[in-house]
Write a protein that binds this ligand. Structure first.
Ligand code: HEC
Ligand code: HEC
Ligand code: HEC
Ligand code: HEC
Ligand code: HEC
Ligand code: HEC
Length: 493
């Protein structure tokens, strides 16, 4: 930039020697610097994070383009000026001139300051975007349902990105692109309500869940006590102690039978679902370790299946709500009663609480006030303190599980792990899926293949364990075994 270079530089070179172009150049350098820094941070941070990627691969290049645009704009302006004045006047910096020295000093200090701030800014943003706060709270309303449910789950300490992005370059870039679309959708209020599920481009479980849990591990039997209460005046307990035969999937670590058999490392279970939410599954194919293929079709389903829509079953086909489990009114009220948070001294509390929760409310405020009025109106002659506690609890259940602003609740998000409120396992194990020879997928009536009931009922009955298992005794009246549980238990019952 001295007169020396000007002399040798020739006409073209002079065009960029103006302050606008030089600032543009500075922006390009800073953006490149930020890009390298973010990229290195990402590389050495161990875990992957979509938003750092957005910064590194979208925002930083964006600034680079801006810098280039400034650079070119400077050249164009300079060319026009030259054209008009016909008198070459390239940028001359004469170090002997105090004025030039001052300008150069200001320019260089600004540039260094700018680079420094870029580095600091990139580093800070990196930390911000890595946090759960960013995913869950920056897009407050949009992500509120998932964030609230997540904080209640077993994965509350697993950051959003570990399930939603995982690591690796290809997904990294894909997530970046869809992430930037999401940022746009949020800013311009273009997002769907509720946020649709299953997420189409969610990564296969091998790259997310299986980074922490692996299909080879042998789980064995898991005992679960599901505590339930009936709708009668006393809210009589009706609980079930189940021994779930989860089993395992690796023949070297335990028998590959039981529920985790689907994950058998050597075989694969694939299916085709007719609907977006994967609730109707008319076609299933199993390929075993010898390569033998068995296809099961639902009664009456003859169509050829589009191979591109066939999905290999993984953890998320059963554990599809590991982090965001919205409870149905029935489930949430059962839980609250079992924890003593709703007092069964209030007659029909189970029925009334569920009733208040299955109503449709258009806003949270409306829900809170109507729930209060309804519960109060039912218990005018009861101890006001007990009633106030009940109101508070039912409101809390609503706040935890219903998000009218996003139209999110248990109804918008099927849970596929069991079969009581959603078809779940019975999407395939429903008595209707057969091979051409009429061989069925394990029928739903074979309750014992999946679990045995160790004890059921209430009080002492729950302590009398039956190691061989006992037939299920449905509470209240006899129920029609020709129906799926979810045919009745589908409205918050
Ligand atoms: C343990 C893994 C895991 C963690 C941690 C996790 N998610 Fe999810 N998330 C899932 C799965 C699985 C789905 C459902 C995907 C499906 O059904 O295909 C999902 C679905 C979603 C959906 C789509 C709507 C819905 O409810 O199905 C949103 C939005 C979402 N998660 C946001 C978040 C946010 C925000 C965080 C962090 C606060 C987070 N997730 C943490 C596994 C996880
Ligand atoms: C970063 C590690 C990590 C990832 C990724 C992860 N998990 Fe977990 N998961 C855990 C930990 C730790 C626990 C145990 C929590 C506890 O015991 O409180 C757990 C518990 C569980 C449980 C049993 C607890 C329960 O009742 O929910 C299931 C089932 C499960 N995870 C499924 C999944 C699925 C499905 C995915 C993928 C969508 C996944 N996990 C992804 C770490 C992880
Ligand atoms: C066919 C459905 C199905 C598939 C596929 C499946 N699971 Fe499970 N898994 C279950 C059921 C049912 C249980 C029993 C516990 C329950 O109901 O929550 C269970 C239990 C577990 C547990 C133990 C929970 C505890 O309380 O000890 C973990 C961990 C787990 N699964 C992880 C996984 C992972 C990881 C994958 C994918 C490799 C996977 N599961 C695939 C249905 C499935
Ligand atoms: C996409 C269809 C599909 C879904 C959903 C599904 N299964 Fe299966 N399951 C199969 C097929 C196919 C077989 C193998 C055929 C058979 O053994 O009848 C099987 C076999 C089984 C077996 C017998 C394994 C063995 O030891 O041979 C159990 C137990 C089982 N499933 C439990 C479950 C549970 C529990 C769920 C729900 C959490 C579930 N399945 C969901 C398709 C499915
Ligand atoms: C294909 C496997 C499978 C079959 C067949 C099956 N179940 Fe289940 N069942 C499950 C799983 C898995 C769960 C646990 C869901 C969970 O973890 O919440 C469950 C849960 C239950 C529960 C507790 C539900 C609750 O939340 O209150 C009852 C009761 C039950 N089953 C009864 C039966 C009866 C009766 C049959 C036979 C008519 C049957 N099941 C057949 C897999 C099966
Ligand atoms: C024909 C309809 C119908 C079918 C089918 C049905 N139920 Fe029920 N179930 C009911 C009704 C109604 C109640 C309420 C009884 C009461 O509160 O006194 C109930 C109550 C229950 C309860 C205790 C209360 C609670 O918290 O939910 C359990 C547990 C239960 N059912 C499990 C099941 C299971 C598991 C299946 C499938 C194997 C099933 N039900 C099938 C109608 C049905």
């Amino acid at each position: 930039m001295s007169q020396e270079t000007e002399r040798h530089g020739g006409g073209k070179a002079r065009l960029w020697q103006n302050w606008v172009s030089l600032s543009g150049l500075m922006v390009v350098i800073a953006a490149f610097f930020a890009f390298v820094l973010l990229w290195l941070l990402e590389l050495f941070a161990g875990s992957s994070n979509p938003y750092v990627g957005i910064l590194a691969f979208l925002v930083a290049p964006g600034f680079m383009i801006l810098g280039i645009a400034l650079f070119v704009a400077g050249i164009l302006v300079e060319r026009r000026r030259l054209h008009r004045s016909r008198e070459p006047r390239a940028l001359v910096i004469d170090l002997a001139s105090p004025k030039h020295r001052r300008t150069l000093l200001i320019f260089s200090s600004c540039s260094i300051g700018f680079l420094f701030l870029t580095a600091l800014g990139s580093y800070q943003t990196f930390h911000l975007t890595e946090s759960t706060t960013f995913c869950g709270e920056v897009c407050h309303t949009v992500m509120e349902p998932e964030r609230v449910a997540y904080q209640d789950g077993a994965h509350a300490r697993v950051s959003c990105v570990e399930c939603h992005i995982g690591s690796g370059a290809e997904w990294f870039v894909r997530a970046k692109l869809s992430g930037s679309y999401q940022v746009y959708a949020t800013l311009f209020n273009k997002y769907p309500r509720p946020v649709p599920t299953p997420i189409k481009n969610l990564r296969p479980a091998q790259d997310t869940c299986e980074q922490c849990h692996w299909p080879e591990s042998f789980v064995g039997d898991v005992v679960r006590t599901v505590r339930s209460f009936q709708g009668d005046e006393e809210g009589s307990e009706y609980s079930v102690k189940l021994e779930l035969k989860v089993g395992g999937a690796d023949p070297t670590r335990g028998p590959t039978s039981g529920i985790h058999w689907h994950m058998n490392v050597a075989n694969k279970v694939e299916y085709f679902a007719e609907d977006e939410s994967r609730q109707t599954i008319p076609w299933v194919r199993v390929t075993d370790r010898e390569g033998q293929v068995t296809v099961y079709r639902a009664d009456g389903y003859e169509d050829e299946v589009d191979e591109s829509k066939v999905r290999r079953m993984d953890c998320m086909d059963c554990h599809n709500r590991p982090a965001h489990n919205f409870h149905s009114p029935n489930k949430a009220v059962n839980l609250a009663i079992s924890l003593g948070r709703l007092d069964r001294a209030l007659p029909y509390i189970k029925t009334n609480a569920v009733y208040a929760l299955v109503q449709e409310y258009s806003t949270k405020d409306e829900a809170m006030s109507e729930i209060g009025d309804f519960i109060q109106s039912k218990y005018r002659d009861q101890d006001p303190n007990v009633v106030a506690k009940a109101v508070e609890e039912v409101r809390a259940i609503y706040g935890r599980n219903f998000f009218p602003a996003m139209k999110a609740s248990w109804l918008s998000y099927p849970n596929n792990i069991g079969h009581k409120e959603w078809p779940g396992c019975f999407r395939c194990h429903d008595d209707n899926h057969k091979t051409e020879d009429g061989e069925k997928v394990l029928e739903l009536s074979r309750c014992d293949a999946c679990h045995i009931i160790l004890a059921q009922g209430s009080g002492d009955e729950l302590d009398q364990l039956d190691a061989k298992g006992q037939p299920f005794r449905h509470p209240g009246e006899e129920y029609d075994t020709g129906w799926l549980c979810s045919d009745c238990h589908n409205g918050g019952l």
